[in-house]
Design a protein around this ligand. Structure first.
Ligand SMILES: *Cc1c(COP(=O)(O)O)cnc(C)c1O
Length: 399
């Protein structure tokens, strides 16, 4: 048996016929950029999150970069985010010439360690970017209160958390802006790259309109530095087709996560902590073990499409060497990068697939106790490192 992470046909429960014929008409009409289809999806997404505006862009990374530019961030100014996020969060900070400043992850939630934020604020700090990592909403009140104390912007990286709620309110709607990705791996997926920014700040929304179109205010009137980054009309049509299903899919993701937790209970595994007031959307379902690499190899060899998200924390990535971060500087992020792996979780995962995955994990621990002795659940890293040669490991940086 193979248990895959994605099943795209299941994302079109009404079939694909109407969508294709609409796209055919759009292509033949020749009206491609920021069309009515884009505006309609932007309205629908803003309404879904209960924000005043939504502005479609090329990708989740661009959503962050366009927001930073629209907020007027300047080279040399600093943006605080977490060491255990996806590369794109930090790449976006660099796209506007700003300087990323990291805090460590919280050991249990894997979210930003809020306790560390104030210690890294300087006179150059302009923004805090919490990441609702793996679909888990970040508790926003402490971050908003630090931001208001120091006069900083909060820009939420909600690329993994479409529809997640904190105390009943959608993530992305707490900060001055919320940034989402429609990369094909995400809970709401385009048929290619795409992203969107939500905000209820009208001035910021107008600035985003300019920045995503060459800094234009009306054609050929270039009033500020800009990008060319717009949500493609065909992608907007695909997303419009899927949006009505998102809440149901997220519901299924939560149900399957509960199943995983129940059925894997009693094993020497740790799960991302559950927090009162959250509505997690389980973009990724993480299990944590000091025998991670051996478990990954076992799962992959039994046909389970498990992957590591992410194998290298930001501060140890070669692309950010110029910041001279050191190994050991963000110990929680480093431990997570060595001990987490994601089990396949799709909304349409079947009962037999869930059982197969859980049995494969159980089989591993049944035999690994003989091989290694009982696993250390307090997170010290004592398992032998086994390199994974499967293609699934090679693409580990893709999403
Ligand atoms: C996917 C992702 C991004 C980037 O989104 P793209 O659409 O791939 O550019 C940014 N931040 C996080 C946390 C992500 O998961």
């Amino acid at each position: 048996m193979r248990v895959n992470r994605y099943n795209y046909p299941s994302q079109f429960p009404n079939g694909i016929g109407t969508l294709i014929s609409d796209m055919e008409q759009m292509i033949l009409k020749g009206n491609y950029i920021l069309t009515e289809e884009v505006a309609a999806f932007e309205r629908a997404f803003a309404q879904y999150l209960n924000t005043a505006f939504a502005k479609g862009v090329n990708s989740g990374t661009d959503a962050l970069a366009v927001t930073f530019a629209a907020l007027g961030l300047q080279p040399g100014e600093e943006v605080i985010t977490q060491a255990n996020t996806f590369n794109g969060t930090v790449a976006a900070i660099l796209m506007v010439g700003a300087t990323p400043v990291l805090v460590d992850a919280d050991e249990h939630s894997y979210l930003m360690d809020v306790e560390q934020i104030e210690s890294v604020i300087t006179s150059r700090t302009r923004a805090i970017v919490p990441v609702h990592l793996y679909g888990k909403p970040t508790p926003m009140e402490p971050i908003l209160s630090i931001a208001s104390k120091y006069g900083l912007f909060v820009v939420e990286d909600a690329a993994q958390a479409h529809g997640a709620k904190w105390n009943g309110r959608a993530v992305g709607s707490f900060g001055v802006a919320g940034c989402f990705s429609f990369h094909p791996s995400k809970n709401l997926a385009a048929a290619g790259d795409g992203g969107i920014i939500v905000t209820s700040d009208e001035k910021l929304a107008r600035a985003i309109d300019e920045v995503r179109s060459f800094g234009q205010r009306g054609q050929n009137n270039h009033v500020r530095p800009g990008f060319n980054s717009k949500l493609d009309a065909l992608q907007a049509r695909v997303l419009q087709e899927k949006l009505p299903h998102l809440d149901g899919w997220n519901q299924e993701r939560r149900r399957i996560a509960d199943e995983y937790r129940d059925r894997l209970g009693g094993l020497p595994l740790v799960f991302q902590v559950q927090t009162k007031g959250e509505e997690h959307v389980y973009h990724l379902f993480q299990i944590r073990t000091s025998q991670r690499d051996a478990l990954l190899q076992h799962l992959v060899s039994t046909g389970v499409d498990a992957v590591i998200r992410y194998p290298q924390p930001i501060h140890l990535q070669a692309s950010f060497a110029r910041f001279a971060w050191r190994a050991g500087q963000f110990p929680q992020a480093e431990a997570l990068s060595k001990e987490l792996l994601c089990l396949p979780l799709r909304p349409d995962l079947t009962e037999s697939e869930i059982s197969y995955v859980c049995n494969s994990v159980r089989d591993f621990f049944a035999t690994s106790v003989m091989r290694y002795g009982p696993a250390d659940v307090t997170h010290s890293i004592n398992a032998p490192k086994i390199e994974c040669a499967m293609p699934e490991c090679a693409d580990a940086h893709l999403d």
